[in-house]
Design a protein around this ligand. Structure first.
Ligand code: ADP
Length: 416
């Protein structure tokens, strides 16, 4: 039997123990959180009243049977957890504390409740996992509150976009020499007002997009894309913005020419690999544009390269700049909402801190991954990996899409 607390010593040990046990019982029985003690064979050893209240199981019934019979988890799409992903199994497999804030607990009456779950292993002196303690909480109210907040943000930003667009339009008119006559001082003020209004418009747009991304309402129509030609096109379209600031912009991929070891062009054309993936082109363009705009915004001189490479499984693209770089301690937080690096190199440049958060949300929508590699003073590279579709699968999906335009989305075919 597993136990908590210290072993009893000498003297008035039994009184002390009784007190300790009493305190332990009082806490376990009154705490609202669910607490479950699991033996290493996976049987429930203790199921407190809090756990009973959340799960609908009577603690006496739950004790002594497999924890997997009592605590069943599903994800947000109501799909049951595979055993290997189940925190109550993972804790024994890894010997590490497992936290899961996205699980739903299926109650005894088959209702799914959002929970916040923490499972800690009990480890003996020889490093064996002898059991585990699961602590969980019903977070329905918090989730509803978050939802209300997100709804408010989307409604407010949506409503505010229209007047802001109108103000921006009138300011543009006032600044247009063919339409209005203003003196130089007024022009200076109006230009500042115009640029702040544009910033405000962008902020509302970003808030709206990030609220949608958070609750899964981002519209998405994935199709098969050949990344080489797609990125070439996107680079051509964006080049001008970089050149305006005196920066060189290029698209880099397999050269399409054979070279020898000295780098001499042998003049033979080789076939450039075709990198297919399944994404919504508009969403992907949003991501690349965001990374490219950041690269232009934060880089004073040098060049911006958009690159493409990959292997059998993965399509990898990157946006590289010769800008100030991002300090190592900021890198893990860069893709969080509203995160901006607070250093002299970038602080004075306007932004919302939402761009990279939105990029991450979009990339994750297509099972991709985004990250940064950067050294201070030496520039930054933002990488994105997407699962690669082989040419056969890509052609099949394209054919299915072309022959049956009404029966989209193609994404459902890809997973079939
Ligand atoms: P924003 O640019 O609107 O502030 P982002 O989410 O796009 O928001 O970027 C977050 C922060 O990451 C920026 O404020 C900036 O400090 C840093 N950052 C992003 N891209 C770069 C880059 N290419 N070079 C240097 N710093 C960058």
């Amino acid at each position: 039997m597993l136990g908590f607390g210290k072993k009893s010593g000498s003297g008035n040990a039994s009184g002390y123990l009784r007190d300790e046990q009493l305190k332990f019982k009082v806490i376990i029985n009154t705490i609202e959180d669910g607490v479950v003690l699991i033996a290493n064979q996976g049987t429930v050893q203790l199921f407190n009243p809090g756990a009973g209240k959340i799960s609908g199981w009577n603690p006496e019934e739950a004790t002594g049977i497999s924890v997997h019979a009592v605590m069943k988890f599903v994800d947000e799409k109501n799909k049951p957890y595979a055993l290997t992903d189940n925190p109550l199994q993972k804790v024994f497999d890894t010997g590490q504390t497992i936290r899961d804030n996205s699980a739903f607990l299926v109650t005894r009456s088959n209702k799914s409740l959002p929970i916040s779950l923490n499972v800690t292993p009990l480890i003996d002196d020889s490093s064996n996992v002898t059991g585990a303690v699961a602590v969980f909480r019903n977070v329905t109210e918090e989730r509803e509150e978050e939802q209300r907040r997100a709804d408010f943000i989307s409604t407010a930003s949506n409503e505010m976009r229209t007047p802001v667009a109108a103000i921006e339009g009138y300011l543009s008119l006032a600044l247009n020499e063919k339409v209005a006559t203003i003196d130089n001082r007024a022009r200076d003020y109006l230009e500042k007002a115009h640029s702040s209004t544009q910033h405000l418009g962008q902020l509302f747009q970003d808030l709206l997009t990030s609220a949608k991304a958070e609750d899964g309402r981002l519209s998405s129509h994935p199709i098969v894309i050949e990344m080489g030609s797609f990125l070439q096109q996107v680079t051509d379209d964006m080049k001008f913005a970089a050149e305006k600031k005196g920066l060189f912009a290029e698209f880099v991929t397999g050269s399409g020419k054979t070279i020898n070891a000295t780098g001499k062009d042998l003049g033979e054309t080789v076939v450039r690999p075709l990198y297919y993936t399944l994404v919504d082109p508009d969403r992907l363009r949003e991501v690349i544009t965001n990374l490219f705009d950041n690269a232009v915004k934060y880089t004073d001189q040098g060049k911006i390269s958009i690159g493409l490479t990959g292997d059998k499984e993965v399509v990898q693209m990157y946006v590289r700049d010769t800008g100030p770089g991002v300090p190592a301690e900021d890198q893990p937080h860069l893709f969080q909402k509203f995160y901006r690096v607070d250093n002299s190199a970038t602080r004075t440049i306007g932004g919302t801190g939402l761009g990279l958060f939105i990029c991450r949300k979009i990339v994750e929508l297509y099972n991709g991954r985004i990250w940064i590699e950067s050294e201070l003073g030496k520039g930054s590279t933002f990488f994105i990996n997407f699962p690669r579709l082989d040419t056969k699968k890509a052609t099949e999906l394209q054919a299915a899409d072309a022959s049956n335009p009404q029966l989209q989305p193609i994404s459902s075919l890809a997973t079939s």
